[in-house]
Design a protein around this ligand. Sequence first.
Ligand code: ADP
Ligand code: ZN
Ligand code: MG
Length: 469
Amino acid sequence: MSNEYTPTIGLEIHAELHTNSKMWCGCKNDPNAEKPNTNICEVCMAHPGTLPVPNKEAIRKVIKVGLSVGADIADFTEFDRKNYFYPDIPKGYQLSQYKLPIVSNGEIKGIALTRIHLEEDTAKSGHDNDGYTLIDFNRAGVPLMELVTEPVIHNAEDAGNFARELQRILRYVGASEANMEMGQMRVEANISVSKDSKFGTKVEVKNLNSFRSVEEAIKFEIARHIEVLNEGGVIVQETRGWDETKQITFSQRKKENAHDYRYFPDPDLPKLYLSELFDIEELKKELPELPKERREKYKSLSLKDEAVEIILNDMSTADYFEKVIEGKNNDYANLASNYLVADIFGLLKKDSKELISSNFPSIESFRELIDMIVANELSSRGAKDLLPFMLTDKNLDVKKKAEELGLIQKNDIEALKKIVETVAKANETQWNEFKGGNEKLLMFFVGQCMKESKGSGNPQMFQEIIKQF
Ligand code: ADP
Ligand code: ZN
Ligand code: MG
């Protein structure tokens, strides 16, 4: 028995699937529609006598997520009723999956998954100023996948990174927009601490609306558990919420037992033989190159880790980047990644523009810019001056603009020599000192020459000329 507590974390993550229609009816899948109760029908309002029809596209998307994480796809699957009462679930049960989920096993970032199943989202309840509860059914029956991990995560950072990677996967395969602020992806964290090989009592934290909250809530819970236990107290199994303002968790309710839901297979829905309904091998081929694969590829170009993560975070950015560096070497890829994630992203952020490829310079003009830098025709200062023009005018003739702005570096020795001559004359005292052996003045003269050439001279060439003058 060790004296240190080991934290254990397991995640349960819900994601609203991106489909045209809802899970069991033809209503539009638009849970955040501005006007409440506009995308509704008898089925998703749970009128008696209505029958659900499964949405094949939603099932396909769950299978694709499963294939992306190296999981097992069930041959046979079914939907179960999870019985409970709440105003936002008028059927008196939620359609979900219990014993036979569509997806089992698999891993993300080395963290083992238990399962991924498909269920329906509930309606949304809100409260008005008069104390009434209002229900919006636009969200009722929206296809929702739930991913459950094994209790194998041991710190907040790994949990946060797991959720970030899942968001990328969901977006890459087009399964979900997975925006956490909009409730399209919702993370619940189960946390326990223990000093031995037995698990401690777990607490579940809900209402985590950002990756940061996921990490902060987990850190807070770990510290709270250790404090309670060190003071001789006990942890009770419960559901807690996260107070974003106070950055603390608070007790919501004692966890109900899983058996209370009285799950049983829904008699209104067909059993599904997935291998007959889908060509799994074909679905595998439809998968895009995934974040994990791109990460390996970019690391082999020796890009900085930070740049790698930024570039692959969005698939359109990754695709753009790959087209820019096509057929080029590692140095070129590094240059391009620096200008993309530092300069282009910086400019877009300043203008509050989205960091998506449709806002980047055209691939041709960005390649031309990097080509000019590589050829020593453009200084990094000059490149930074050009980029804003490239963002506003996608058809910009980059070279012409650079000439117009006098940014083309002069590599012409004779022209550069003339500039050195002018500078030497204008600073005669320092020049004599320099020629007399004061080497510290070299950079002073390079600076003066750059100024004289209005930034268009090549500083390396100036150095050489000044030394030999
Ligand atoms: P429940 O029946 O309470 O829903 P599950 O066994 O279904 O519990 O697990 C739900 C989630 O809690 C999973 O992500 C799992 O990894 C996690 N979990 C289970 N036991 C622990 C524990 N002792 N500490 C942390 N997480 C746990
Ligand atoms: Zn409907
Ligand atoms: Mg559970």
